[in-house]
Design a protein. Structure first.
Length: 131
C-alpha cells in the first residue's frame, strides 16, 4: 500500500510538471481530471472519485471556480447538493489534463507486457473492492 501511495504522489508530481504553465496544484489537476468528459458530478461524488474529503475539496473548488473553470449549481434532484459543471475554459483545461494523463499512462505502460498490465488492473480492482 505504501508503494501505491508513493506512486500516486509521483504521478501527481509528474502531471504538475507537465502542466506547469497552467499553475494548477496536484489536487486541482486531480479534480479536473475527474470532472472531464462527465456530466457534472456533485461534491460527494467528486470527493469519492478524487479520494479527497469534502471539507478539503471546498477550497479546491473555490480556486477552480475563481479561475472560471467550473460553476456550482444546485442539484435539481437534491437541493442540498451542488453539481459541478465545467465552464468552456474549464473544459479546455480539463482536456489538457486528460491529454497529460494519457501521455503519462502510455509512456509508463509501454514498458510493460500485456500480462503485467492485466495484473496491474487486477490489483487496482481488488484494492477498490476492498475499500
Amino acid at each position: 500500500m505504501l508503494a501505491l501511495h508513493r506512486t500516486t504522489h509521483h504521478t501527481l508530481h509528474a502531471l504538475s510538471g507537465a502542466l506547469a504553465d497552467l499553475n494548477l496544484s496536484a489536487a486541482e489537476i486531480n479534480a479536473l481530471a475527474n470532472l472531464a468528459d462527465r456530466d457534472a458530478l456533485n461534491v460527494r461524488e467528486l470527493s469519492a472519485e478524487t479520494g479527497t474529503r469534502a471539507t478539503t475539496l471546498t477550497g479546491i473548488l473555490d480556486r477552480l471556480e475563481n479561475r472560471g473553470y467550473l460553476t456550482r449549481e444546485l442539484d435539481p434532484t437534491d437541493r442540498r447538493s451542488f453539481r459541478l459543471p465545467l465552464t468552456e475554459a474549464g473544459q479546455q483545461v480539463a482536456e489538457r489534463v486528460q491529454a497529460a494523463v494519457a501521455d503519462l499512462e502510455r509512456d509508463a505502460l509501454a514498458r510493460l507486457s500485456a500480462t503485467q498490465i492485466a495484473g496491474f488492473h487486477a490489483v487496482v480492482a481488488a484494492l477498490q473492492a476492498a475499500s
